[in-house]
Design a protein around this ligand. Structure first.
Ligand code: NAP
Ligand code: MG
Length: 530
């Protein structure tokens, strides 16, 4: 396991998989697992890491919390304790911010050349790739997700993004500006790093969300304090070890573990210059308010209730597998999960039957098992929340096409669920469920205006997909949809170069692509009278 040849094969399959808009996690997942990971087994490296002591990284040193307090981390497949990690308090946050401040204000990090920074970030990508099997297994145990999917997506995409952002280090420049005021002037802009960044990430893609945040921050020359979600701190700790191995100077990357209070302490901290957050809209609003003290730069990537709109001319086989992955991938715990399906009445029943068939083929189980497609949801709290929506849907009169209940008797597994003939008054249609649950509604009015009105009937605006063979319909509707990303004949496919973020209450700012560099830099104008 883990030979570089094997990894390369896995990696290219990962690419293929992402390239085909998550349409076939089932088949690709199995192939990857057969090649890369001994079936059902935790590799020696992941096992050694999980057995070891887990600490926080502050100023290049691995430390417990100042208070000595710790909290337990659980495996969502059985609810059993895996290990414990330090519970940070204000004193730890102060130390981590001070370390990041020192590394930014005085450290070698901001003095080395862009090429040197690029080399270190690229080295980190290589190391993550080399440790990819181990990282995906750690992620699988901590989060519950399929290890093979984590290898392809969480690790594979993370590696790609680090390499993409490493390329930006040498390309962050300003402009020469022609001035019109009287006199002879030479004026130009500099694009400088914003400084110390607090990065607060959720539990659905713990490692990948951390990399989405650190990659552009490092490329821009910022320093970071990362706070992983309390449910899933382990891959962030392993990431810290690998960042050290890659040769990042002390204090450039710090990890503090704890719950929302630790996030709030970072958001409130006067020495933090920028906050980047991914999570719920509710907490996103708290982050915006909390950042006002010293007017931190803020980017937030929040919730969604993304529509998948299916026209009668769509390639139905492709649409069935694509819309199914669009909602069920990662047990529906994706911010862009396609959780509302609007399908033309002429193909509605066929689509429902197809989705039920897809759902029945998905193998539910522990993420480490080689044939698992769908793991548990993250915690008892999320299990209760999603189960509550299942009950609400039935109570409100939605038709259960498939699923609608838990799977098994232990752990937090929920059957992939399709509710049909739902309506916009139902809470399952209005609210973000964040589980493997989709609501489907037929439409018979072919007016794009009316369809867009329905699709946009939500406070969110993260993603949307349109399934049709008619390019005219696709592009016309794409313009009417209020969402940060509109896919056509695909859902969920992200790319390192494609800006990603939310309209409306789905967030501020765009991650990935050139826009991500803008989040971590600010413009300085220099005007010289000659
Ligand atoms: P959440 O509370 O928004 O958590 C996201 C991150 O923010 C975690 O690291 C969390 O810490 C931290 N946090 C919580 N309160 C904070 C505060 N006042 N100040 C600063 N940071 C704070 O998400 P959740 O409670 O885990 O999940 C609730 C719902 O959020 C889900 O059901 C789902 O609808 C949505 N969600 C969305 C995404 C997404 O990708 N957009 C991801 C996850 C969840 P702790 O978790 O350690 O307390
Ligand atoms: Mg929370």
């Amino acid at each position: 396991m883990g030979s570089s040849g094997g990894n390369r094969t896995v990696h290219s399959l990962g690419r293929a998989w992402r390239g085909c808009e998550f349409t076939a996690p089932v088949q690709f997942g199995r192939k990857i697992m057969n090649i890369a990971v001994a079936p059902g087994l935790l590799g020696a490296e992941a096992a050694a890491f999980l057995r070891g002591k887990h600490q926080m990284l502050i100023d290049g040193k691995w430390v417990d919390s100042q208070s000595g307090k710790a909290f337990d981390v659980f495996d969502p497949a059985d609810g059993q304790k895996i290990t414990s990690v330090p519970e940070a308090g204000q004193a730890d946050v102060d130390l981590a911010v001070a370390a990041a401040r020192k590394a930014f204000d005085h450290g070698p990090w901001t003095r080395i050349t862009p090429t040197e920074r690029s080399v270190i970030i690229w080295r980190l990508a290589d190391l993550l790739d080399r440790h990819g099997d181990e990282l995906s297994q750690i992620e699988s145990v901590d989060n519950g997700k399929s290890a093979s999917q984590a290898r392809a997506v969480d690790v594979g995409f993370g590696v790609d993004l680090l390499r993409y952002m490493a390329g930006w280090c040498t390309k962050i420049g300003g402009d020469v500006i022609p001035m019109s005021v009287p006199g002879d002037w030479h004026a130009y802009t500099l694009r400088e790093p914003v400084g110390v960044c607090a990065q607060i990430v959720p539990w659905n893609f713990p490692l990948l969300m951390a990399i989405w945040k650190i990659a552009p921050a490092f490329a821009a020359g910022c320093t970071v304090v990362l706070k992983p979600a309390e449910q899933t701190p382990l891959s962030a700790i392993r990431l810290g070890q690998i960042i050290q191995e890659a040769g990042f100077p002390d204090g450039v990357f710090n990890v503090v573990t704890g719950d929302g209070r630790v996030g709030a302490a970072l958001v409130d901290h006067p020495d933090v210059d920028k906050v980047a957050f991914t999570g719920s809209t509710e907490v996103g609003k708290l982050i915006v308010k909390g950042s006002a003290g010293n007017l931190k730069k803020v980017s937030v990537e929040l919730g969604g209730k993304s529509p998948q709109i299916v026209f009668p001319d769509a390639d139905l086989d492709h649409t069935i597998s694509g819309t199914a992955s669009g909602i069920f991938f990662n047990s529906g715990q994706c911010c862009t999960a396609g959780s509302r399906i609007y399908a033309h009445k002429s193909i509605f029943d066929k689509l429902m039957a197809g989705l039920a068939d897809e759902a029945s083929k998905l193998k539910i189980g522990r993420g480490l098992l080689p044939d698992t497609d769908i793991g548990p949801v993250i915690s008892q709290e999320q299990f209760d929340k999603v189960s509550g929506y299942l009950e609400a849907g039935k109570r409100d009169g939605a038709e259960v096409v498939t699923g609608g209940e838990r799977w098994g008797t232990e752990g937090y597994f929920i059957k992939p669920t399709v509710f049909a003939h739902t309506n916009p008054q139902m809470s399952i249609v209005r609210e973000e469920i964040f589980g493997p649950v989709v609501c489907a509604m037929p439409f018979d009015d072919d007016q794009l205006e009316a369809i867009a009105l329905e699709a946009n009937n939500t406070p969110f605006g993260l993603g949307a997909s349109i399934w049709t063979r008619d390019a005219g319909i696709a592009h016309k509707l794409a313009r009417k949809i209020k969402a940060g990303t509109v896919w056509v004949n695909a859902h969920l496919t992200n790319d390192v170069a494609l800006p990603f973020g939310g309209f409306k209450q789905s967030g501020w700012g765009r991650e990935m692509g050139r826009e991500a560099i803008d989040l971590y830099t600010q413009v300085k104008s220099v005007a010289m009278r000659l």
